[in-house]
Each structure stands twice: as structure tokens, then as C-alpha cells.
Write a protein that binds this ligand. Structure first.
Ligand SMILES: C[S@@+](CC[C@H](N)C(=O)[O-])C[C@H]1O[C@@H](n2cnc3c(N)ncnc32)[C@H](O)[C@@H]1O
Length: 242
């Protein structure tokens, strides 16, 4: 499938590392439930390297197309951790406001083997030998005890890609931002979705947008694995730490 030509990003990565991260990303299939592109993996990997980020947290792991390569990176770096939060349940995956052409996000979750998907992510972690730096929290983001999990050190990079309904996205921001610091990186996925767009625009007025990538085809072909995300650097307002 031909799409818009994107700048050749990720070239700041050492070639062996870049190839390794691409290979780990490709272990995980893309499907209608989503999944990160190699471009996104490379961009975030560069930020983690260049800014010495240590604690990386993802809300919404799904099959692990972002979680696994970034956990692999933390393993290579021998620092910090990659934490993935996902309940892997049909009930949690129901989304009422988020809508994609060709997929009913109320009906679709019941067709997925969520327990099998969780087990597959765990199996990949074991096979890749990265368990020392990879941690899964099989809960909804709203149920995680943040003080217990992240009270000891700030989250350096947060990827919000869980439930895309308006209230869920807002709640993720309200709950997690106090556990980040000034200068932490916030990645919001699917900023073109109507339920996410306004919240993203609000956040973008309070924090520094480093870049955003939205491909025109994203909303038309959900299985194309297109990019639709923004990367922001947190300003002091609404963070709990300095
Ligand atoms: C679009 S997928 C994530 C894709 C993944 N970030 C990637 O790049 O490959 C959304 C995931 O969010 C999870 N999810 C839904 N509600 C959630 C919640 N309340 N907390 C955490 N994860 C949630 C779903 O189970 C699903 O696996």
C-alpha cells in the first residue's frame, strides 16, 4: 500500500539497535485493534536515548508492538523499566465514543481472545529475555494504585493509548500527570479521533508540542498501521514534581 512519504527518522539510532528494534516490532502483527509503527518506535527510542529517560509507561499495550521494542531498548540500556498497563478484557475494550469506519468498537472486543493476547505478550517477554526491564500491570489504568507503583520515581515518558472515550482519556491525564515531572514526555495516540482531539488541543496549550504525526489515511484504513500521535514535553503546570 502506498502512503505519504515520511521523513527518514530514527537514523540517530545505532544501526544494530535500529535493526533489532525493528525486528522486535515486526514480531507482533498489526490488526484492526491497532499497533505502533516502526517509525513511532524509532522516534520514541531516540527520545529515550537522547534524554536519558528511565521510567517508561504505556497505557494500552494490546499485542505489544510498542511495549516490546521499548522494553528491549531498556534492556539494552540496562536502566529503568518499561511498564505496560492493560486489563486485556473485552469489557474494558468497549468504546462508545471512539469510532472507526469498518469496526464497531462496542461489538468487536467480544470477538478477541484477550487472555490469549496477554499470554502472548508475556511469552514474547520471556523469549526475548527482557523480563528484568519489562513489567506488565494487568489492570485498567483507572484501577492502578499510582502512588504504590510510581510514587518512588517520576514517569519519564507516558504513552496514552488505552480506552479512547473522552472521559477515559481525561481521567488518564488527570491521574498520571501528577506522577510525571517537568520535562517528562507525554505521547498521546489517535489525536485525530473526535473523542481525543479536543483534549489533545487543550493539553497542547499547556505543554510544549515537540511534534505530531498524522497521516491522512489513518481514519480510513484502520489496519494500515498509520501514524496519528503527538509528542509533548511537560511544562511545570499540573505535574506533581520538578
Ligand atoms: C489501541 S490498543 C493499544 C495499542 C498499543 N499501544 C500499540 O501501540 O501497539 C488499546 C488497548 O487499550 C486497552 N485498554 C482499554 N481500556 C483500558 C484501560 N481502562 N486501561 C488500560 N488499557 C486499556 C485495550 O485492552 C487495548 O489493548
Amino acid at each position: 500500500m502506498s502512503g505519504p512519504t515520511l521523513p527518514h527518522l530514527g537514523e540517530g539510532l545505532e544501526p544494530t539497535l535500529r535493526e533489532d528494534l525493528a525486528a522486535v516490532t515486526e514480531l507482533v502483527p498489526l490488526d484492526e485493534g491497532g499497533g505502533a509503527t516502526a517509525l513511532k518506535v524509532f522516534l520514541l527510542a531516540e527520545l529515550i536515548l537522547n534524554r536519558d529517560l528511565s521510567r517508561i509507561v504505556e497505557i494500552g499495550v494490546y499485542r505489544g508492538r510498542l511495549f516490546l521494542p521499548l522494553a528491549r531498548l531498556m534492556f539494552w540500556l540496562q536502566r529503568g523499566e518499561m511498564v505496560g498497563i492493560d486489563p486485556w478484557s473485552a469489557e474494558a475494550a468497549v468504546q462508545h465514543e471512539a469510532a472507526l469506519p469498518g469496526i464497531d468498537l462496542v461489538e468487536w472486543p467480544a470477538t478477541i481472545d484477550w487472555a490469549g493476547m496477554h499470554a502472548d505478550v508475556q511469552r514474547h517477554i520471556e523469549r526475548l529475555g527482557i523480563g528484568e526491564r519489562a513489567r506488565l500491570i494487568p489492570q485498567r489504568s483507572e484501577d492502578v494504585d499510582l502512588a504504590a507503583e510510581f510514587g518512588d520515581a517520576p514517569i519519564d515518558l507516558l504513552h496514552i493509548d488505552g480506552n479512547h472515550d473522552r472521559e477515559a482519556v481525561r481521567q488518564d491525564l488527570d491521574r498520571f500527570l501528577p506522577y510525571m515531572r517537568e520535562g517528562s514526555i507525554l505521547v498521546m495516540d489517535d489525536i485525530g479521533w473526535p473523542s481525543v482531539r479536543n483534549i489533545y488541543e487543550e493539553v497542547a496549550t499547556e505543554h510544549q508540542v515537540l511534534f505530531r504525526i498524522t497521516e491522512g489515511s489513518v481514519l480510513l484504513t484502520p489496519t494500515s498501521g498509520g501514524n496519528d500521535f503527538a509528542v509533548l514535553e511537560l511544562r511545570p503546570k499540573s505535574t506533581g514534581r520538578t
